[in-house]
Design a protein around this ligand. Structure first.
Ligand SMILES: Nc1ncnc2c1ncn2[C@@H]1O[C@H](COP(=O)(O)OP(=O)(O)O)[C@@H](O)[C@H]1O
Ligand SMILES: [Mg+2]
Length: 242
């Protein structure tokens, strides 16, 4: 199953969700491929040392633009069952490069994953904060979407455009089966704004909003700076609060 974590807003915990969902599934014994489709490469940096990252010769850019086989760029992480398709700052030109392509520019990732798909129980895609061709490629390749929404004041802006993009991918037959697995409330706290936004999301999306709310918790950020996931960094907090 291929799950995209997407929202064109930055800072809503897409990467955090992608990293920790992948890690949680890997800990549960599933074989997981975490695919970093964001040119900012934040997720890649959690698992790969910055010096190694600069030296990386190949990234998703090569797959999308030069048709390199995806198997040739998959990196093993130091965690069991968890593999990574690294991003690279070079990927930032991919949206423009793909825009000049006429043939199947939205289906490159889907095609690249065709064989690899069966080798993993889950492929989790971390997406860039935009609705450009990188994100469209992810939507076309994915079975399911998880939409993290931070429960802050501007949380709801942009969700209409996101919905329109999802509808476009479905209606143009690029991926008629694309399904929203759920909307995930992130940065939950006890403020009135957070509670109000959560209520508005539940009114609008109904049952599609996950019951679980991810609380604001500094351990999530600390885990990243320690190059690990939250289950490794704060196992007790994981059980008590998350
Ligand atoms: N629940 C949380 N509590 C505290 N900090 C968080 C939480 N989720 C994410 N963060 C931090 O917020 C910032 C933005 O999260 P990130 O996952 O990078 O968002 P995105 O990928 O959507 O841009 C990061 O520094 C991350 O460590
Ligand atoms: Mg991110």
């Amino acid at each position: 199953m291929i799950i995209s974590i997407a929202n064109q807003k930055g800072g809503v915990a897409k990467s955090t969700t992608a990293i920790n969902l992948s890690a949680g599934l890997a800990l549960a014994g599933y074989k997981v491929l975490l695919l970093d489709a964001d040119p900012q490469a934040n997720t890649t940096r959690v698992f790969i040392h910055p010096e190694i990252e600069i030296a990386l010769e190949k990234s998703l850019h090569n797959v999308l633009i030069q048709f390199s086989p995806i198997a040739s760029i998959i990196q093993q992480t130091r965690f069991d069952n968890l593999y990574l398709v690294p991003s690279h700052i070079r990927l930032s030109s991919a949206d423009l490069e793909l825009a000049n392509v006429i043939d199947n520019r939205s289906e490159r990732l889907k095609r690249a994953l065709k064989r690899t798909k069966d080798e993993y129980d889950y492929i989790i895609i971390d997406n860039p904060p935009s609705l450009g061709l990188l994100t469209i490629n992810s939507f076309v390749a994915s079975d399911k979407l998880i939409i993290p929404v931070s429960t802050g004041f501007f949380a709801l802006t942009g969700l209409v455009q996101l919905q329109e993009t999802i509808d476009m991918v479905r209606q143009t037959q690029l991926n008629p089966q694309l399904d929203i697995l759920g909307v995930l409330c992130t940065f939950g706290d006890h403020t009135n704004v957070a509670k109000d936004v959560e209520k508005q999301l539940r009114d609008y999306f109904g049952n599609s909003v996950f019951e679980t709310v991810i609380p604001r918790n500094v351990s999530l950020e600390e885990a990243h700076s320690n190059h690990t996931h939250v289950f490794d960094h704060a196992p007790l907090i994981d059980r008590q609060n998350l």
